[in-house]
Write a protein that binds this ligand. Structure first.
Ligand SMILES: [Zn+2]
Length: 80
């Protein structure tokens, strides 16, 4: 059963999302990941099996569909 790990809501909708994962300090964007999206706070919650599959894709022979350059900002470094 769905339970949001951020706000504790038990209502989620099945959706596919684009999500950034950090695996072994390597940032990866995965598109069209099946997730349950919390109807209260919008947090995407993934099944263990989904995360496991991504891990296998990354460590296996799967080639990225595309490569994008991404700027990463640290919120805590902001002086604004
Ligand atoms: Zn939530």
């Amino acid at each position: 059963m769905f339970k949001c790990h951020v706000c504790g809501s038990e209502e989620g909708e099945p959706k596919t999302v684009t999500q950034m994962f950090i695996l072994e300090e390597r940032p990866l964007m995965i598109e069209e990941v099946p997730a349950s999206v919390c109807s209260r706070c919008g947090e995407a919650v993934f099944d263990i099996s989904t995360v496991e599959k991504i891990r296998k894709m990354v460590h296996g022979d799967a080639k990225p569909a595309k490569t994008v350059m991404t700027d990463v900002f640290a919120y805590s470094d902001s002086t604004a």
